[in-house]
Design a protein around this ligand. Structure first.
Ligand code: FAD
Length: 391
């Protein structure tokens, strides 16, 4: 039995889903946002680095409620420990820093508090939120809408909507229900592991360590985490190493040029997860359905960053749905394609270009050449003149 009718139902309340829901509601739509978790963002599967621009352009005010540490730049290392420092406190001292009228470049956020903050923003914009509610199926129906099956507190129920938004992350089922090609190759899936540690000095920079020796197919990182804590982590492509992510991280901590720096650290938490270093999905829409965020592979294929891109996709999707449904257009496959066109124009085409760059790097068989290419690309990507600034 259908219990409720909505303009839009969003499955998944991560950055992509919560933002899509909020913007759609701000456009006057009746929106339901569901998440299968009872506590958003938990267990944490993210390092939480996001640019200030990424937050502000999605209308998200930087807030102490979820910020752990401000970030002012980057340290990029090659496999021997030679490095490029890009510190915006030095590059643009009038703009970036701690003093009055100066701001950070970005932040490390607590994903539990950040996801709850975004969900609360959506709720305050008029979105109805159902936690502990899992999406289990959808069917377009003859009247041009669709039915969505949910399991809420272990009870099955069906709701009706004009459009279903799949924002259900890397292991998205929503795209599969519509028969979209969501499969991700093992060669493009980074296994990530990070330790939250203390007794590792940091200086307001995101430190990125490149090189096959330390992180085959990806990179290692040291991020500040607030209150004297740090994150040491890495992402590796399992087909490129005999070691699993834990063994590889152990190798990095005990053998790399940072081993002295890490020698007194204590591991306080272990977090992990997968990141698609893949191309965006070629088709991100079907009848009565669109995908946003990780579920559509809206992830930077070089850095693996997906928070900013999830927020931006949410803004595009929410505004697009507002326009579409205001004009009473049928939300069929043909009309929903415009969402993907808008997304490509705004950031998707650049993501495709970055994917080609990434492929060129990792298809290079000479490891020394590949290492150099990755180091140069990362240094360029984070430089003030980067042509990829928006993603
Ligand atoms: C170890 C690690 C470190 C990372 N570090 C960074 C970083 O520093 N910076 C950065 O930008 N990115 C980082 N990322 C990537 C980033 O976490 C993701 O790209 C981002 O969370 C994507 O947001 P999303 O909203 O698309 O999906 P998610 O955040 O994954 O949210 C999906 C939501 O959908 C819900 N869901 C799933 N299935 C269902 C269902 N059937 N029914 C109801 N709800 C469902 C889930 O519970 C979840 O809340 C990292 C990832 C990993 C694994």
């Amino acid at each position: 039995m259908v219990v409720q009718q909505y303009d839009v139902v969003v499955i998944g309340s991560g950055p992509a889903g919560a933002t899509t829901a909020r913007i759609a509601a701000e456009n006057g739509l009746k929106v339901l946002l569901c998440d299968k978790r009872q506590e958003l963002g938990a267990p944490i599967q993210c390092s939480g680095a996001v640019s200030r621009h990424g937050l502000e352009s999605a209308g998200v005010e930087p807030s102490d409620e979820y910020i752990l540490e401000p970030i002012y730049g980057f340290g990029i290392y090659d496999s021997n420990g030679d490095s490029t420092t890009i510190d915006y406190r030095q590059i643009k001292p009038d703009e970036y820093g701690e003093g009055e009228n100066r701001k950070p470049l970005g932040y490390v956020v607590d994903r539990r508090r950040f996801d709850r903050y975004l969900m609360t923003m959506a709720e305050r914009a008029g979105v109805e939120v159902w936690l502990k509610t899992e999406g289990i199926g959808y069917q377009p129906i003859e009247d041009g809408t669709c039915e969505i099956q949910l399991r809420r507190f272990n009870e099955k129920l069906t709701v009706k909507a004009k459009v279903l938004v799949g924002a259900d992350g890397l292991q998205s089922q929503v795209g599969k229900w519509a028969g979209l090609r969501t499969h991700i190759k093992l060669t493009e899936l980074a296994s990530c592991l990070q330790f939250i540690v203390d007794k590792v000095e940091t200086a307001g920079l995101l430190e990125i360590v490149t090189g096959h020796e330390w992180a085959p197919g990806g990179y290692a990182w040291v991020f500040p985490k607030g209150n004297g804590y740090a994150e040491i982590g890495l992402g590796v492509i399992r087909t490129m190493t005999k070691l699993n992510a834990q063994e590889q991280l152990d190798h990095f901590i005990k053998q790399s040029f940072f081993k002295e720096r890490f020698s007194n650290c204590r591991i306080l938490e272990v977090q992990g997860g997968g990141v698609p270093l893949a191309a965006p999905l070629k088709t991100q829409y079907a009848d009565n359905l669109i995908l946003v965020g990780d579920s559509a592979r809206h992830v930077n294929p070089i850095t693996g960053g997906g928070i900013h891109t999830a927020l931006s996709s949410g803004v595009i999707a929410g505004n697009f749905l507002g326009e579409l449904l205001k004009t009473h257009k049928i939300p069929n496959r043909k009309n929903l394609k415009t969402y993907q066109d808008l997304w490509l124009e705004d950031m998707g085409n650049k993501m495709w270009q970055l994917y080609e760059v990434k492929k060129e790097i990792f298809n290079t068989s000479d490891i020394a050449v590949r290492d150099k290419m990755l180091y140069n690309t990362m240094s360029e990507y984070f430089s003030p003149n980067s042509e990829y600034k928006k993603i």
